[in-house]
Write a protein that binds this ligand. Structure first.
Ligand code: UDX
Ligand code: ADP
Length: 471
């Protein structure tokens, strides 16, 4: 492998410099990743293409379609110079030497693999389009999270549709986390690039690597075979989610035993074998990746007749569901078992702070349950739009009688019976809770679903206050 890589790198010297690359899919991954490449590689012309005209218009405007700290600056610096956003998918496929595929791979909502397998129809349609129209050999880079051996599917499509050229498939999963995308892209823990072990495959790996080498040290770039790269992405997300479910499981026990989950996390995280990150107990993990990737992993395990392995990972998701339901249960218990007609202020709807993304946000399940219990919700999130909230709840605009969309936390809390903090936005730390308390129905209840506040201080104000894993 190492030998092949060296040969490939030497051969690469004979190749011309990469000039044009494109990325199909202008989403949370494609947009920021390509913006960073454009910003760090002035010699590379980067095009981000998407079939969604509205999204492309937004990328070309002052109001980017996604919120990420630091992204506006990077985009506005490179846009129009070597960074272009366009709906001309075919044009940029034709012009590019390297094509990143960064389209959505949601969990299948129909047919075989329903609710578990990844829906690869968007990846497949990109592969077919590239095969149909290309007039030169391409390096096709899988950026979207895909199940292991997706590259085989792409290869088969390319081989059967495009007889003229031998395209190369490279896996280069993205590990950025939303809310810290710019920082993660600027100095990633590692860049992973998987390719075929043939000389041509290794040339392709070398070319993709040479893009990142513009700003990332080579010892941070890991090269593997295609399948290890694909599986590593699913495994990384499964391990991260597993840590959250593990600490959340302990939080339930803490609530019964007067232990404090944050203290337990600190104590165990000090062990260098465990480490301090990803031990923050919460109402559960959300986001577009964790649940989808674990379901996907489980589907693969069952497909390869490994039911015990599938069951092991499924438990991580079951614990996540349990954590959300437990949160709602505790709210009900504190409010005399009924929230019917009571105003509950929902502070935060995004799946984590510093993003406008609410995909799989734990807030969705919690709000749905509270609405089922006939609560009146007053929702405030600094970045998530009203439309995104309504869509995620499956509620039409004219049926949103039980929801107030508020412009500030103070407005949401006014006259409420209970406050539920569902996202750890920094601004919620600096609210004047004494003032808020005065304007609430008594007993004023506060549930901190992110353990963001000093709960003892909140109790001193007069609130009946509860955190996660704190009795
Ligand atoms: C994740 C992975 O971190 C990233 O490497 C991968 O590329 C995509 O999936 P993302 O989903 O954007 O990134 O955010 P992340 O920071 O991992 O948070 C996921 C969820 O876990 C959030 O809902 C967050 O609030 C929750 N979380 C995270 C916790 O509840 N506790 C923690 O300690 C950490
Ligand atoms: P992620 O979080 O993985 O970036 P998103 O859903 O935010 O996922 O973005 C994926 C993007 O891919 C969407 O904007 C969607 O319109 C785009 N897309 C899906 N299929 C195609 C396709 N065949 N050609 C171009 N763009 C596509």
């Amino acid at each position: 492998m190492a030998k092949n890589y060296v040969i490939a790198r030497n051969l690469d010297l004979y190749y011309r410099k990469i000039m044009n690359i494109c990325c199909i899919g202008a989403g949370y991954v494609g947009g920021p990743t390509m913006a960073m490449i454009a910003s760090k590689c002035p010699d590379i012309q980067v095009a981000v293409v998407d079939i969604n005209q509205e999204r492309i218009n937004a990328w070309n405007s002052a109001n980017l379609p996604i919120y990420e700290p630091g992204l506006d600056e990077i985009v506005s610096e490179a846009r129009g110079k070597n960074l272009f956003f366009s709906t001309e998918v075919d044009r940029y496929i034709l012009e590019s030497e390297i094509i990143f595929i960064s389209v959505n791979t949601p969990t299948k909502e129909y047919g075989s693999g329903l609710g578990q397998a990844a829906d690869l129809r968007y990846v497949e349609s990109c592969a077919r389009r590239i095969a149909e129209i290309s007039k030169s050999p391409k390096i096709i880079v899988e950026k979207s999270t895909v199940p292991v051996r997706t590259a085989q599917m792409v290869k088969t499509i390319l081989a059967s549709t495009s007889h003229q050229f031998q395209h190369q498939i490279v896996s280069n999963p993205e590990f950025l986390a939303e809310g810290t995308a710019v920082k993660d892209l600027l100095s990633p823990d590692r860049v992973l690039i998987g390719g075929d072990l043939t000389p041509e495959g290794q040339i392709a790996v070398g070319k993709v690597s040479s893009i990142y080498e513009n700003w990332i040290k080579k010892d941070r770039i890991i090269t593997t075979n295609l399948w290890s790269s694909e599986l590593s992405k699913l495994t990384a997300n499964a391990f991260l989610a597993q840590r959250i479910s593990s600490i959340n499981a302990i939080s339930a026990l803490c609530e019964e035993t007067e232990a404090n989950v944050d203290e337990v996390a600190q104590a165990i995280g000090a062990d260098s074998r465990i480490g301090p990150k990803f031990l923050k107990s919460s109402i559960g993990f959300g986001g577009s990746c964790f649940q989808k990737d674990i379901l996907n992993l489980c589907y693969l395990c069952r497909y390869f007749r490994l039911p015990e392995v599938a069951e092991y990972w499924e438990q991580v998701i079951r614990m996540n569901e349990y954590q959300k339901e437990r949160f709602v249960r505790r709210i009900l218990d504190s409010m005399f078992n009924t929230v019917s007609g009571k105003r509950i202020a929902i502070l935060g709807y995004a799946f984590k702070k510093d993003t406008n993304d609410a995909r799989e946000s734990p807030a969705i399940g919690i709000c749905k349950r509270l609405l089922e219990e006939k609560a009146h919700l007053a929702i405030y999130d600094p970045k998530v739009s009203r439309q995104t909230i309504l869509n995620s709840l499956g509620i039409k605009e004219d049926q949103a009688n039980s929801i107030d969309f508020c412009k500030s936390a103070t407005e949401a809390c006014q006259d409420s019976h209970c406050i539920a903090i569902l996202t750890e936005w920094d601004e919620f730390k600096n609210i004047d809770y004494e003032d808020i308390y005065k304007n609430m129905v008594k007993p004023a209840i506060l549930f901190d679903g992110r353990n963001l506040l000093d709960i003892e201080m909140i109790r001193l104000i007069g609130f009946v206050a509860k955190g996660i894993g704190i009795s």
